[in-house]
Structure formats: C-alpha cells, structure tokens
Design a binder for this molecule. Structure first.
Ligand code: AMP
Ligand code: MN
Ligand code: MN
Ligand code: MN
Length: 289
C-alpha cells in the first residue's frame, strides 16, 4: 500500500523550475510514493517524468492542470490519470496555449504602457520554449531588479485591476471536465480556497461541477490553511466528492511549499485514489527494495 501521495506539481513544461526528471527525483528523495505531474495546460512533461519515475521507484500519475473560466473568474481543474496523448485533450490544451501566447504579448504591451519595457521578451526567454505563464513575468520582474519578490509583482501588476492584467479566456468548466474524462482521467477542483469565493459561490461551483460528473475536490493543498482543510472536507462530504491532496510545488526556492510534506486527509474524506489499481507498480517498487 502506498501512503505518501502528492497529486499536484509543476515542471519546466509549464511554470515550474525543475525539469520533469529533476522533479521526480526530488519527490522520490522527499519520500513521495505517488506523484502527479500536473503542468498548466500541457502534458508535454509526462513522458520524461514517467521514464524518470521508473528508475526512482515512484509511481507517476499522468496529470494536467486545466485553466477554466467560470463565472468571470479563473478556476483550475486538475486532471489525474489522463492519457497524455489523447487527441481531444491535446487539441483543447493547444487552444489554451494559443490564448496564453496572445495574452503574453498583451501583458507585455500593457506593462510597456505602465513604464516596464521588455517584459514579454524577458518572460518568453525564461519560459525556455515552454508556454508563458504569469509566473514567468513575475520572475522576470524580480530578476531584473524591478520588484523584490514574485508575490509583490502579482499584487502590483498582474491581478485584476492592475496595469498588466488581462482577463482569462480559458476553457468552460464543461469543456475541461469533458477533456479530462475523455482522456480517461478524474477531474479535481484545484486549491478551492484560493479563489476567495463566498460560501454560496463556491457551493454554486460545486453544484455545477457535480452535475458535470466532476470527481473530486483538492481538500489538502500546499496553499491551504488547516481551517481550509476542515472546511473543504465538509464541502466534499456535502457534495459527495472524493478528496485529493497536492502540494502545488513549483520550485525549490519557495520554502513554504515542498514535495511530500502534506498532512493526511481529514477524517471522513474519500481519497481520490481509493479505487486506483497501483499493484503492478508496487511490484516494481518492491523489486527495487
Ligand atoms: P497563469 O496561469 O499564467 O495565469 O499563472 C497562474 C500562476 O501564477 C499560478 O499557477 C501560480 O503559479 C502563480 N501565481 C498566481 N498568483 C500568485 C501570487 N499571488 N503569487 C505568486 N504566484 C502566483
Ligand atoms: Mn503555476
Ligand atoms: Mn492552480
Ligand atoms: Mn498548480
């Protein structure tokens, strides 16, 4: 039986700073037994991560974090156990990456008007050929000495009402759940407490998600407080959703989010992994000792 699950993480295929291989190695060293790689809007890192997982004796769950627009707000859906080569999933993600490319140019030009030049080129260079995220803009502004840390860049420039903000035009909730299910995966609402929705808005989201046959709520997240775990566990129970747990690890430089350090799911939660059949992979593990 596996005990240490971390079902939400990022690599250089999106806005993480470790390659898929280095991420898997770090997770294994941290004691993670089952890791999901869930890059934003791409499955490009999965093959490398799966290969690395075999040599580390860790189970790699192929995943993705899909950007969704719901109720004029951005919501993230994690897909777990998706076929990374599913054509419909990849077509959908491709459309989101095209929007990202347009948005990156737009963010650059808005920042330029706000007196910050070269941000698009800077962010693009930091993305090293992968998709451009707002994280790359934040890193660029920090590295070029304009702002002290990434959080401040978001607060001053990249969130709603700030000069570099461009509203998301992502997938609908229905599309995203459909892509994930079509690729054989389970759909999980990521870091629900991060959206700062009112209780009734969140319950409206969960109701819609359940109607679309959504599977789980990320009850334990690196960005949740203890109160959030308890609160989200109650919501999961009320809506008969399974519960997931993931650090949302992006980079070793961020000391408060590390791989393999998540608390257990609160009492009464049904783990999203309850029906997973990982036995074949257990044999590989035990052979490795
Ligand atoms: P994007 O999907 O390109 O809009 O970027 C979203 C990503 O930005 C998230 O996945 C986080 O990695 C990062 N992010 C969002 N808000 C913040 C924040 N306040 N501070 C630091 N990083 C953030
Ligand atoms: Mn991110
Ligand atoms: Mn997210
Ligand atoms: Mn994430």
């Amino acid at each position: 039986m596996f005990c240490v699950y971390d079902l939400h993480s990022h690599s250089t295929a999106s806005d993480g700073t470790l390659s898929p291989r280095a991420l898997v190695q770090r997770a294994a060293e941290a004691g993670v037994e089952v890791l999901a790689l869930t890059d934003h809007d791409t499955t490009a890192g999965i093959d490398e991560a799966s290969e690395a997982a075999q040599s580390c004796g860790l189970v790699l769950i192929p995943g993705v974090e899909v950007s969704v627009s719901w109720n004029r707000q951005t919501v993230h859906l994690v897909g777990l156990n998706v076929d990374p080569h599913d054509p419909k999933l990849n077509d959908g993600l491709q459309r989101l990456r095209e929007f990202r490319e347009w948005r990156a140019v737009e963010i650059g030009s808005r920042l330029h008007k706000a007196g910050i030049s070269g941000a698009y080129e800077g962010a693009r260079a930091l993305a090293e050929g992968s998709l451009v995220s707002r994280t790359h803009f934040a890193r660029f502004l920090v590295r070029s000495g304009r702002v002290e840390d990434e959080r401040k860049v978001f607060k001053r420039f990249l969130v709603s009402g700030k000069p570099g903000h461009v509203p998301g035009e992502w997938a609908s909730l229905e599309e995203a759940v459909g892509w994930i299910h079509g690729a054989g995966g389970q759909a999980v609402i990521a870091h629900p407490a991060r959206y700062r929705m009112t209780r009734s808005k969140l319950r409206q989201l969960l109701k819609t998600f359940v109607a679309l046959q959504g599977d789980a709520l990320e009850v334990v997240s690196g960005s949740h407080s203890r109160d959030d775990y308890i609160n989200m566990a109650k919501h999961a129970k009320d809506f008969d959703l399974m519960a997931s747990a993931g650090s949302d690890f992006h980079c070793p430089e961020n000391p408060w989010i590390e791989l393999g350090r998540l608390p257990r799911l609160p009492e009464g939660c049904k783990p999203v992994w309850q029906n997973w059949n990982l036995t074949g992979q257990t044999e590989v593990r035990s052979q490795l000792g």
